[in-house]
Design a protein around this ligand. Structure first.
Ligand code: ADP
Ligand code: MG
Length: 247
């Protein structure tokens, strides 16, 4: 089953102060884990390390029981959704969603089945023949999520996927993402955000990160726990301030 272990992960870029320090973390299969923290604290870097887009300076990444430090991104069983959704403008919604599978030589019938299935989950069935320019921002982001779903990954990674949307669409798309995760029982999700509300509503488990630059030897993780645990029993002033802060 897809479960992720991060063991002693640290990361420094060049000779700068490390961006991440001593990250030890277990993410269960089926779990929706949110990396929450202020801008610049290293959330995206940690996600990119899991995805294999960035190498850690120290530590091990274990996915499904296998150490994957040397495994290339495409072979880690991961699908990633970014903040900006680069869709192919000349392809329809269905073609955009199926393109990665086509490259992977999945059969036409199987691609069709998976695209329809994803479209149903994301309520995109009526839009499958449209081109991206005929979609709203929220619909485009759903297509980007659909592109991840059709690969049926063991691990979903989301990097602030809603931050380009307005408040209403953010709320709606948040619901879609929760539904997507429930639909794929057995898959882990890691979701990066700086938004406390998003974290509180989506997470089974919140990992609250703080900038390791705030103190000479602070570890990156300020607290790990269920949303209400962090809310009611903050481990320190940083957690209390960040979780309790009005937006
Ligand atoms: P977050 O996603 O929490 O906003 P990031 O992980 O993007 O934070 O960045 C954390 C810190 O690492 C920032 O100070 C950023 O400037 C720095 N950083 C990220 N990527 C690089 C890179 N490729 N080279 C140098 N510094 C980087
Ligand atoms: Mg980021």
């Amino acid at each position: 089953m897809a479960a992720i272990s991060l063991r002693g992960i640290s990361k420094a870029f060049g000779t700068q102060t490390p961006v991440l320090r001593n990250v030890d973390l277990e993410i269960g299969a089926d779990e929706f884990c949110v990396f929450l923290g202020p801008s610049g604290c290293g959330k995206s870097t940690l996600l990119r390390i899991i995805a294999g887009l960035e190498d850690p300076s120290a530590g091990d990444i274990v996915i499904g029981g296998q150490r994957v430090n040397e495994v290339p991104p495409a072979e880690r069983g991961i699908a990633m959704v970014f903040q900006s959704y680069a869709l192919f403008p000349h392809m329809s919604v269905a073609e955009n969603m199926g393109f990665g599978l086509k490259l992977a030589r999945v059969s036409k019938a199987e691609i069709e089945r998976r695209v329809l299935d994803a479209a149903r989950v994301l309520q995109l069935e009526a839009l499958l023949d449209r081109k991206p320019k005929a979609l709203s921002g929220g619909q485009r982001q759903r297509v980007a999520i659909g592109r991840a779903i059709v690969r049926e990954p063991g691990v979903f990674l989301f990097d602030e996927p809603l931050s380009n949307l307005d408040a209403t669409l953010r709320g709606q798309t948040r619901v879609e993402i929760a539904r997507v995760h429930r639909r794929f029982a057995g898959s882990s999700a890691v979701y990066v955000t700086h938004d406390q509300i998003e974290a509180m509503t989506l997470a089974d488990k919140i990992v609250l990160l703080r900038s390791s630059r705030d103190g000479a030897d602070l570890d990156s993780i300020a607290q790990v726990g269920a949303p209400l645990e962090l809310y009611h029993s903050p481990a320190n002033l940083f957690v209390a301030g960040f979780i309790g802060a009005p937006r």
